[in-house]
Design a protein. Structure first.
Length: 491
């Protein structure tokens, strides 16, 4: 028997009018009112009718700009009457229900279908994505489970244990994919904020500090730089092999049939579907990571273009021209070209000069229309796109970010104690030297390995040698010599 479509299952649970308040002009009132009612109802899920009406009156007073329609009390002046109309609309669409306790006492019960709807609306409105710190642990747990030798062996693992393991893997993968979608949403929100910056300093602050210090970059770096993608690929191959083995599917179907009391044929189909779904989820992580790659590259290009526009194209000369035009407009506001004075503002030393004013002073050269080229340009090849992404990764690699500074500081303070100077350790690679430069430039950042925020202080030895810079001690690090400074935990 074929499964019902989502729409059939949805409207078998709720009516079509259930979603009508969300498409009305007065949707903010419905959303805020339902949110307040759920908060006041608490875990009991109900509250007195008088309290519900008081909440609706308060919501209406907080949204005076919302235009109510006639059936919502738009033509009424009394806010109590409008709250009553809104209350009746909530009853009609089944967002709330009435419960009569006695002749004079009525309670309002929150509809069970309203809570999932409001959770979805809160997720859409959320600016920050919670639980990103558990992203790496979730994926490592999935890989560790699938790397076990006999985790999907039908001759060793009991059917119920295999069913429970597969169910747990599906839930953890669903959580990881939701977190990755949250990362993409955050990058998109940063793009929107970058387009609205007012100055070059704000653009740089958003790019270097807020964007590269966020938990979304920790989540992204763990997936890219933590070596999880190859492990996920091996886990996907393991699941694909299990999906091709009829013994595994038969064993899993027996566990599902016993647990859910299903026919063996239905359990077989469900077992096959779950294995295919797990394989698609494991494969989708790489595709989602590539989509985030493209969004991060787009944000970087946008930041560069925005900063160039703010620092070069909006410089001194454009401001001078704008002020000159504003002065001309202020001096001749309300005038026409034909009404302007005939005499020039300053005498010319050239004899026999004719002056033209108004529209006669405007040149009208004839310009032939150029033929329109209708040919489509060639799109970039996959090699060019890969090269662009590689150049972007190299640029990100050499960027001095708080993220890489926190990585080095966490390692040094963990190995050498709460304080260490540059003469107490040795760096070997260029990446470590760049980490040290970033540590000297910042005072806090997020360590990608642990997901914890690191804070430190930098004390330079050059403070006591201001008049004699040649006496400043220097230490050899990765083939270079750097002025000695110390890194310590803030007191």
């Amino acid at each position: 028997m074929s499964a019902k479509h989502l729409s059939q299952r949805l409207f078998a649970s709720v009516s079509a009018d259930f979603f009508r308040p969300l498409v009305r002009p007065s949707a903010p009132v419905y959303v805020d009112g339902a949110d307040r009612l759920i908060q006041e109802a608490g875990e009991a899920g109900r509250l007195p009718q008088s309290d519900a009406l008081a909440i609706l009156r308060e919501v209406l007073s907080q949204n005076p700009q919302v235009a109510l329609q006639e059936d919502e009390g738009g033509g009424l002046q009394d806010i109590r009457a409008r709250a009553g109309k809104l209350y009746n609309q909530l009853l009609q669409v089944r967002w709330i229900e009435e419960q009569a306790v006695s002749l004079n006492e009525r309670w309002v019960v929150i509809s069970p279908s309203l809570r999932p709807l409001m959770r979805t609306l809160r997720d859409l409105a959320e600016d920050e994505v919670a639980e990103l710190k558990s992203f790496a642990d979730t994926l490592r747990g999935v890989c560790t489970t699938l790397e076990q030798r006999d985790v999907l062996n039908p001759f060793i693992v009991p059917a119920q244990e295999m069913r429970g393991t597969l169910h747990d893997l599906l839930q953890r993968m669903e959580s990881a994919i939701v977190q990755l979608h949250g990362v993409e949403k955050l990058v998109h929100s940063f793009e929107k904020r970058q387009r609205e910056t007012e100055s070059g300093a704000e653009t740089l602050r958003l790019f270097y500090h807020e964007f590269h210090e966020g938990q979304h970059m920790v989540c992204y770096d763990v997936l890219r730089g933590g070596g999880l993608l190859p492990r996920l690929q091996r886990a996907r191959s393991r699941v694909r092999e299990a999906g091709d083995d009829p013994h595994v599917i038969q064993h899993l179907a027996e566990g599902i049939a016993e647990y859910r009391n299903l026919d063996l044929n239905e359990a077989w189909e469900l077992a096959n579907t779950q294995l295919q779904r797990l394989e698609r989820q494991l494969a989708g992580l790489r595709l989602r990571a590539e989509a985030i790659d493209a969004r991060v590259a787009s944000f970087n290009r946008l930041s560069v273009q925005r900063y160039r526009y703010q620092s070069e194209l909006r410089g001194r000369r454009p401001d001078m021209i704008k002020r000159y035009c504003d002065a001309v407009n202020a001096a001749h506001r309300g005038s026409k070209f034909n009404d302007l004075r005939i005499e020039p503002d300053f005498p010319l030393a050239t004899p026999e000069v004719d002056f033209f004013y108004g529209t006669a002073s405007l040149a009208r050269p004839r310009r032939a229309r150029t033929p329109v080229a209708l040919e489509l340009g060639q799109s970039l090849s996959a090699e060019d796109e890969a090269a662009d992404l590689e150049r972007l990764r190299q640029r990100q690699r050499f960027a001095l970010t708080p993220h890489r500074a926190a990585r080095l500081v966490a390692r040094l303070l963990r190995e050498y104690g709460p304080g260490i100077a540059t003469d107490g350790f040795r760096l070997e690679t260029t990446d470590e030297l760049l980490d040290l430069m970033a540590a000297a430039a910042y005072t806090h950042g997020v360590d990608a390995a642990s997901g914890e925020e690191q804070r430190w202080q930098v004390a330079s030895s050059s403070a006591g040698h201001g008049l004699e810079p040649e006496t400043i001690p220097r230490d050899a690090q990765a083939g270079w010599r750097v002025e000695r400074f110390a890194i310590a935990r803030p007191s």
